[in-house]
Design a protein around this ligand. Structure first.
Ligand SMILES: O=c1ccn([C@@H]2O[C@H](COP(=O)(O)O)[C@@H](O)[C@H]2O)c(=O)[nH]1
Length: 249
């Protein structure tokens, strides 16, 4: 499996940047995971957008879905150009709630919405995907995703506060893509559905992850500060997200 960071910033893209979006590729699948602001232009650096096999959305906050509409337009045009079959809408797997948000995900022949629940299990090409609800948001679900292919496991933690139950989901992952929204000096006194970089590292270490990618970062954070505050993770390599970073497992 190969993961490419297309966007990692939050809550908005810095100059030339992008909010969360990750390309996960195997021999048999090209999956876009979240589709934030600026992600579509980054995707085009790595592959034609019409070759995607699926889009998976963790939740509907703007920083994770901002480019879905332009992706739909793009696929529609590539179908008109004959580069993508008109009878092959891109599946968009996304939470079933809030219902109003789901209504935009089926668009002409370009995309089709498939609802996710915590119990959902997907097989896309050679990738098996399962889900875990995270501690995030004001009542509507946000799902972390576990991708297993060719004996390797990537867990994408989506947005997740300290109340998330990770047991049996992230343990032993070859790569944990975990949010670290705050450096220490910005960390709120009361948990608000996000983790700090320090908490992300402690979590990955406690669950025996083999490598860590800290993401969902403010664009102004320095990579050296992020890596410095991730010192609790000693079990393997630590990466601070940056656009274009590729990790091969
Ligand atoms: O205290 C805060 C609250 C939010 N942010 C950033 O804003 C976005 C959107 O907020 P949600 O809590 O996810 O609705 C969030 O992803 C953070 O990047 C913040 O930095 N500090």
């Amino acid at each position: 499996m190969r993961v490419t960071v297309l966007g990692y910033q939050s809550p908005y893209p810095g100059p030339g940047g992008a909010t969360p979006g990750y390309l996960i590729e195997t021999n048999e699948a090209k999956l876009l995971v979240d589709c934030g602001s600026g992600v579509l232009s980054q995707l085009g650096v790595h592959m034609p957008i019409y070759e995607l096999d699926a889009l998976l959305l963790s939740h509907y906050h703007h920083d994770h879905v901002a480019d879905v509409g332009v992706l739909q337009y793009g696929l529609m045009v590539h179908q008109l150009f004959g580069q993508r079959p008109a009878d092959k809408p891109l599946p968009i797997y996304a939470p079933a709630l809030p219902e109003q948000q789901t209504k935009t995900l089926t668009y002409r022949d370009a995309t089709r919405f498939f609802p996710l629940e915590e119990q959902s299990q997907l097989v896309i090409g050679d990738v098996h995907v399962s889900f875990r609800r995270t501690d995030h948001g004001d009542g509507d679900p946000c799902y972390a995703m576990r991708f297993v292919a060719n004996g390797k496991t990537i867990v994408y933690g989506a947005d997740s506060g300290p109340g998330t139950n990770w047991r049996g989901f992230v343990d032993g992952a070859d790569l944990f893509i975990c949010e670290g929204t705050y450096l220490d000096h910005n960390r709120p006194k009361t948990p608000n559905g996000h983790l700090s970089v320090r908490q992300a590292a402690e979590l990955a270490q406690a669950h025996d992850c083999r490598s860590l990618l800290v993401t969902h970062l403010f664009h102004g954070y320095e990579e050296s500060d992020v890596l410095g505050q991730a010192e609790a993770f000693v079990a393997g390599p630590v990466h601070a997200a940056r656009i274009g970073l590729q990790i091969v497992l």
